[in-house]
Design a protein around this ligand. Structure first.
Ligand code: F6R
Length: 602
């Protein structure tokens, strides 16, 4: 949950590193640090604050040297302060490193190192690594060897960037269960937690796998196995993301830009999967024991997937939050199981752990992922990409709707293969799916009116989001968007549940957001709305029926659609409402407090 960037070449390293850190800030933003090297001397500057603040305060752009590494921190061990910021160093001050991940056995290692005379400055688990390498170096004399031996003693997750003064022509990068990618330039090399950090300079990348390390000079790179030190053949991949795609393009926040990108990325997701979805559907069509695992917003996509699979392919998947799946289903997953993992980042620790368990048990694993080459894609037997481009805002928006597009395509394809639905109906559904990007474009025109609505609602303390059937996940996701960025309490629930308890909380003026498309539960939904209204609720509804308009205080008119296609367009106004409420309340929606973009610890 931290960001790492490294550079070696002919440019001023601090400039490349600072730019990279700004693009990585979404990964962690409580403190920042940089180490550069010149003429065998390390220059280390680090402190608490955002990248801009620390750059200004510590004059990071005046650091000498043409190689170095930088870090934005999201604290795990040790409070955010200047000393705990990375880089961390050994006793000699010759080794400096930055780390993303958690070292689980750091306390034992630290105790042993202290007994051997090492002096620690920080409370971090990271500092242990620097001292451990120093210790190994005493008996080895060879840095690469010492690095390997030290790292093999670690338990936990780590992506590292390492500088050693005595080897002035190189940098070391290591990956185990935390993302790290090399950027291959001409006469210069980069490494980072994520591609946008160096995309301005190169789009040629090499993804490291778990337990691999890279030795990078300005003109060369090599990747080796940590256990053996043997060279690994790696493929250079070309990333087709432009820098503009990775930046804000004039929007005040990444989140708003990403909401507005949805028509385009939905088209990409639909086109990009046209062929591959049928291949994947053929491979999975025979499985009846299906699990869908994911976390957070991706979990809500999984719930939509469940309805789609049930209604179209007549398959009944078990949807489980990945952090629970590992413990609850360990004995139930087997070689007859299909496990579908949905993860935007492809790096969510709980989802990866669930996938690894599934693989161990012999299950077939399909990943639905946004980040090309991420860990999830390397664990899975099959991958479908959402083609949403980089999502920088912490709150998932475009990656969610593209996940839904991919799941819809998959369910349609399965239904075709299994002949569980009338052919014409499926063709029609597919045709309507292709129209959704255009409809979302229309819905985005409501932005101004949603801002006005947000102004009316900004002092409210509690929101309820209700839905039925395939509308339930939309209610859950609408509530999650609101709470995570506006910090307003929100609950998403099935409308039927309302009178089994939550109705007690409804009083005069409490907003109830009703997700109410036309469909088989519409009449029931109207009754639930009436129940809330009778207790004074302020009804904000989304739907396309005149009857709904009549019972609502605010009616957000949606296009008339097959109910199964409503999750994509219906979430868009709810994303915008949450965004405006967050901004009106003075929050930065791109960086909600306490949250990080990819949750790489369990
Ligand atoms: C909420 C949000 C999170 C993620 C969750 C899973 O807006 O973004 O709830 O959906 O952390 O992340 P991925 O999809 O990367 O596995």
């Amino acid at each position: 949950m931290c960001g790492i960037i490294g550079y070696i070449g002919e440019r001023k390293a601090c400039e490349v590193i600072v730019k990279g850190l700004k693009r990585l800030e979404y990964r962690g933003y409580d403190s920042v640090g940089v180490v550069t090297e010149e003429k065998g001397k390390l220059y280390v500057k680090k402190g608490v604050g955002s990248v801009d603040e620390v750059v200004e305060k510590l004059k990071l752009l005046e650091m000498p040297g043409k190689r170095g590494v930088g870090h934005t921190r999201w604290a795990t061990h040790g409070v955010p302060n200047d000393i705990n910021a990375h880089p961390q160093r050994d006793c000699t001050g010759k080794i400096a490193l930055v780390h993303n991940g958690i070292i689980e056995n750091f306390a034992e290692l630290k105790e042993e190192l202290i007994r051997k005379g090492h002096r620690f400055e920080s409370d971090t688990d990271t500092e242990v690594i620097a001292h451990l390498i120093e210790e190994e170096l005493k008996s080895s004399g060879n840095f690469e060897d010492a690095l390997r031996r030290a790292l093999l003693k670690l338990k936990g997750s780590f992506a590292l960037g390492v500088v050693y003064t005595e080897e002035p022509d190189r940098l070391y990068f290591v990956r185990n269960e935390s993302p790290l990618v090399l950027g291959i330039g001409k006469g210069e090399m980069f490494a980072a937690s994520d591609v946008p950090a160096f995309l301005e300079y190169t789009n040629k990348v090499v993804f490291l796998d778990d337990m691999e390390y890279a030795i990078v000079t300005k003109n060369s790179w090599v990747v080796k196995r940590l256990e053996t030190g043997e060279k690994v053949e790696k493929e250079i991949r070309t990333i087709d993301w432009t820098l503009e795609m990775a930046e804000k393009s004039g929007f005040p926040h990444f989140m708003l830009k990403e909401i507005f990108e949805q028509p385009r990325v939905l088209r990409d997701a639909i086109h990009g999967n046209a062929k591959v979805v049928s291949e994947v559907a053929r491979e999975i069509a025979d499985y009846d024991k299906i699990f869908i695992v994911a976390m957070g917003t991706s979990y809500h996509a999984a719930l939509v997937g469940k309805y789609l699979f049930q209604r179209l392919a007549k398959k009944v998947p078990i949807v489980e939050d990945a952090s629970e799946f590992r413990y609850e289903f360990e004995d139930l997953v087997d070689e007859n199981s299909l496990v579908i993992a949905i993860t935007q980042s492809g790096e969510t620790a709980d989802t990866l752990a669930a996938m690894k368990l599934a693989k161990r048990k012999g299950a077939k694993v399909l990943a639905i992922v946004n980040v090309v080459g991420s860990m999830a894609t390397r664990i899975a037997d099959l991958t479908l990409y959402t083609h949403a481009g980089p999502e920088i805002g912490v709150a998932a928006t475009k990656t969610y709707t593209t996940q839904l597009a991919v799941l819809t395509m998959l369910a349609i394809e399965l239904a075709r293969i299994l002949k569980t639905e009338n052919r014409e109906r499926l063709d029609e559904l597919e045709e309507d799916l292709r129209k959704l990007p255009g409809l979302v474009e229309e819905i985005l025109k409501m932005n101004e009116s949603l801002l006005e609505l947000a102004k009316d609602l900004k002092e409210k303390r509690d929101f309820f989001y209700i839905g039925r059937g395939i509308g339930v996940p939309t209610a859950l996701e609408g509530a999650l968007k609101l709470k995570e960025i506006s910090y307003i309490h929100a609950e998403g629930l099935s409308a039927g549940e309302l009178k089994h308890g939550p109705l007690a909380l409804i009083e005069e003026g409490v907003p109830v957001v009703a997700v109410a498309p036309n469909g088989k539960t519409f009449d029931k939904m109207l009754s639930n709305i009436e129940e809330a209204k009778a207790r004074g609720a302020y009804i904000i509804s989304l739907g396309s029926s005149e009857r709904l308009r009549e019972v609502s205080d605010v009616f957000i008119e949606m296009p008339k659609l097959n109910e199964l296609l409503t999750p994509i367009p219906y979430i868009v106004p709810l994303q915008l409402l949450a965004y405006h409420l967050a901004v009106l309340r003075g929050n930065n929606p791109d960086k909600p407090r306490n949250l990080a973009k990819s949750v790489t610890v369990e």
